[in-house]
Ligand binder design. Sequence first.
Ligand code: FAD
Length: 294
Amino acid sequence: MSRALDSMPMHIVVCIKQVPDSAQIRVHPVTNTIMRQGVPAIINPYDLFALEQALRIKDSADARVTVLSMGPFQAEEALKKCLSYGADDAILVTDKSFAGADTLATTYALAAAIRQLDRQHPVDIVFTGKQTIDGDTAQVGPGIAVRLGWQLLTYVSRLREFDAAAKTITVERRAEGGVQVLESRLPCVITMLEDTNEMRFADMAGMFRAERYEVPRWDRSAAGIEDVSRIGLKGSPTVVAQVFAPKPKDVRAVTIEGETPRDKADRLLDRLFADNPALEATLLDHLETVETAK
Ligand code: FAD
């Protein structure tokens, strides 16, 4: 289908991952993969910021929002919740052959599904959350953009404006030490930062619609994937060598009391020299060398 069909509504895809409630995650002792069975599942909290941003575009422009998830059948619950908030369509990409996917294989499958959606109705923006609370890699958004060959805008905190006809978008991106304002052409992939908006409540009509909606399940071939060596465990070169909680450090912060800054500095030095007897001699040696050089 041609992208020149300006009369068509914009098409926004939001990638939603259902994640185990982080407080109850367990890790398989042998394979070191996350064990999801029996753990309550929630929508990855970062993805709600992405969904709300997509719905705000829909509030102000002619747009359709499709939520997309790759996961087991139970991920349908997450998609239905998104429908109740106002998403128009949902697709669950689900197939045994996707099991054991690392980020490389996950982005392969999601990008393939997005290409299929794009064929049905050209996609203008793909939103993802910045990262998930379980895998936590923040690789999936960028991976999808690279696979599709689309513009990538990461760490987006605000959408300033978009021009559906000119196919451009201007966003604010949180960068170290400031905010970057970036203009990009569409289609693009945006990874949304946390705390950028507040998810709306679902209304009654949305809840009923979500309840009745039959979420299409796309298996491997429906997602347009022929090469099984690129998906699931086969397509996943990542090996999780070990998963462990870092040991808390024994060192505690110490408050140095003193009347004046000079007092405090003297006491700090006394303490440092008491803890490291060689340090005083090394410093004195160094000062002597500096003095002699003058
Ligand atoms: P991030 O890159 O942190 O996510 C960023 C954003 O991408 C999210 O906010 C969301 O918008 C989007 N996103 C991420 N994942 C999805 C998704 N699945 N659907 C839609 N949108 C998404 N996980 C399993 O569920 N089952 C397994 O069997 C499994 N086996 C694994 C084996 C290995 C060796 C490894 C390394 C990982 C395995 N994982 C498995 C975890 C899986 O790779 C990651 O959960 C997945 O690749 C996403 O990475 P992430 O959670 O770090 O996402």
